[in-house]
Design a protein around this ligand. Structure first.
Ligand SMILES: Cc1cc2nc3c(=O)[nH]c(=O)nc-3n(C[C@H](O)[C@H](O)[C@H](O)COP(=O)(O)O)c2cc1C
Ligand code: SF4
Ligand code: SF4
Length: 436
């Protein structure tokens, strides 16, 4: 069995799965339950000056019957006292010495940061996560994403923290920024040991068309809130990759955002994450999901002959880069498996109206009758010479494996945009003619 244990900037954990800072990491009771269920670490609900929350606090986005495809909240940091939180962290750490317990912090002044950093170490926390990401409520008070959005301010505050830190410091980054890499570099410059991302994305999930007030509804008003859950995973993966690929960042990464299965986890690791944090999936399904996640991740590593997570970590990073590095001579085309095609013709409509008009509807006779196909009804046929390989038909096709995007040999050597420009300048390449 592959080894799932990690050493994240000096913080050891039996597996990479940590409960992210949020409602599931609010109390010692929940931390005990999480560890009993198999989680490797808990990042405590952010501790600071206790705040007052509103009622209600959450809204969800249901997409095509999938509840919590996206999730939004206007909750603030912990509403419990720092004394209670630090005491409970100490209790949890005593009972689970080999598991990771991280104190998430958000305060304002240098003195307060010094005090809270010291208290975190004193209570036995394995590390500190600086919440520079909360996009609602706290940023209006000059904290949370207000810090994470300004690399200079972030660097100053990480600097204050490092003046007193005796345990590893993780900077949690906000996605509500043009380029997350600048904030990550600021964290590195100020001496942080690691980064985690993403926190939630500023959002309004819907408007109730009767009240004309979005959810969450608070006495006739609402507010922008933090978006998370499965829908944010692509944004998180891109930002994790950007940090992992940047030579100036060079910090261990805790990947967060839409993780709910072992596949999500493996993807975040392949793009450079060492630990993985989960919030929404726990709020939806409970702590028990970690069992499938550890079993699945371990089985995947075994199936690939990898003995540890280190062998997977970052393996997908070099394959992603700027558009200019892509091969302009590579071509793939859509090929339909008529044994699987049900004749819904969604691919034809998509290509006809939304792509390049190269899927014809033709007499079905030569193709036999696939599952559910009606005699006499035409079937789609791709004109491969005109197909640009955009993938759209294979994405809309409701039958798995029915349309395969298949590479074809163009007989031309690889050529990037840079090669193309250089060839044009040198007169060794003819201009590629525009499409008619
Ligand atoms: C209701 C709620 C409360 C949250 N509170 C905090 C918090 O106190 N501190 C923090 O750093 N992140 C907080 N988060 C953000 C999560 O830790 C996490 O970064 C985000 O939800 C993305 O992960 P997910 O898609 O697995 O939920 C909260 C998220 C939710 C849904
Ligand atoms: S979308 Fe798929 S199943 Fe439907 S007609 Fe096209 S190939 Fe067949
Ligand atoms: S890949 Fe794009 S262009 Fe080619 S057949 Fe499908 S939709 Fe049309």
């Amino acid at each position: 069995m592959a080894d799932l244990s990690i050493d994240f900037a000096g913080i050891k954990s039996p597996n990479p799965f940590w409960v992210a800072s949020g409602p599931p990491s609010n109390t010692a009771y929940q931390a005990h339950r999480a560890f009993e269920a198999g989680w490797g670490g808990v990042v405590w609900k952010t501790i600071g000056e206790p705040i007052v929350n509103v009622s209600s606090r959450y809204s969800g986005l249901t997409l095509g019957g999938m509840r919590l495809a996206g999730f939004n909240n206007i909750e603030l940091i912990s509403d419990r006292s720092p004394e209670t939180n630090f005491r409970e962290i100490a209790d949890v750490k005593k009972r689970w010495p080999k598991h990771a317990v991280i104190a998430s912090l958000m305060v304002d002044t240098r003195e307060r940061w010094h005090e809270f950093v010291t208290r975190s170490a004193d209570c036995g926390a394995d590390g500190i996560e600086l919440n520079f990401g909360c996009p609602h409520g706290m940023c209006e008070r000059g904290m949370g994403s207000a810090v994470g959005q300004n690399p200079d301010v972030a660097e100053t505050i990480v600097g204050w923290v490092m003046e007193k830190a005796t345990i590893p410091v993780i900077v949690k980054l906000t996605p509500n920024i043009t380029n997350v890499v600048y904030a990550a570099r600021a964290a590195k410059k100020a001496g942080a040991h690691a980064i985690s991302l993403i926190n939630t994305i500023n959002s309004i999930t819907n408007v109730n068309l009767d009240t004309l007030v979005p959810e969450p509804f608070v006495a006739g008003r609402s507010s922008h809130g933090g978006y998370c859950g499965p829908a944010v995973k692509p944004i998180a993966l891109n930002m994790v990759h950007a940090c992992a690929a940047d030579p100036q960042v060079g910090l261990p990464i805790s990947g967060i955002g839409g993780i709910g299965t072992w596949r999500d986890a493996a993807e975040f690791v392949a793009l450079g994450s060492t630990s993985l944090q989960v919030c929404t999936a726990i709020m939806h399904h409970g702590f028990r999901i970690v069992e499938d996640m550890t079993d699945g991740l371990s089985a995947y590593l075994d199936s690939k002959g990898m003995r540890s997570l280190a062998e997977l970590r970052g393996r997908a990073v070099p394959q992603v880069g700027n558009w200019q590095q892509l091969d302009l001579h590579y071509k793939r085309v859509a090929r339909i498996d008529y044994e699987k095609c049900i004749g819904c013709n969604l691919c034809h409509i998509a290509c006809e109206d939304g792509a390049h008009q190269c899927i014809d509807l033709v007499d079905a006779a030569p193709y036999g009758l696939g599952p559910g196909r009606v005699p006499g009804k035409p079937v789609p046929k791709v004109r491969e010479n005109d197909c640009v390989g955009c993938n759209l038909c294979s994405i809309v096709c409701p039958v798995d494996g029915c349309i395969t995007m298949t590479p074809v040999d163009t007989g031309r050597p690889p050529m990037t945009w840079h090669d193309y420009q250089a060839g044009l300048a040198a007169g060794t390449i003819q201009p590629i003619l525009p499409h008619p």
